[in-house]
Design a protein around this ligand. Sequence first.
Ligand code: DQA
Length: 150
Amino acid sequence: MTKKKNEILVIHGPNLHLLGKREPHIYGGFSLTAINNELKKKAAKNKTGIEIIQSNSESEIIDAITSGNYDFLIINPAAYTHTSVAIRDAISAAAKPAIEVHISNIYKREEFRKKSLISDVVIGVISGLGIQSYLLAFDAAMELLKTTKT
Ligand code: DQA
């Protein structure tokens, strides 16, 4: 088997397993499987390893982030974006490059969603572009890994 260039870890936070059924006027009609299939296709094209997890549990998300078994993190912390100092600390502690993504534009919604505890411990944030938020994050990760790898 040919060695993969990099390993991307994608984490989908709580309630994202409901995509497609959950408030489609906000989150769109696509399913989590549809996002994951697109990401896997991109990873295969780029000969890059990808691990994708969805969890409703803060502790499972922290364990995955701090495992350190990846080169780049793409994370949609979902509701934990606005509440979890623990996930923020895990990203900081892992010291891996990371992008925060959101399907909806969190700055266009309720006041409590406008505050992210995660944004200043990641390289950047992509919010409001639906499935494209993840796909653009993947492309950015590929470019950023080129410049961070020796
Ligand atoms: C979300 C936005 C969050 O405010 C919300 O709690 C989610 C999904 C998004 O992808 O738009 O669950 O992260």
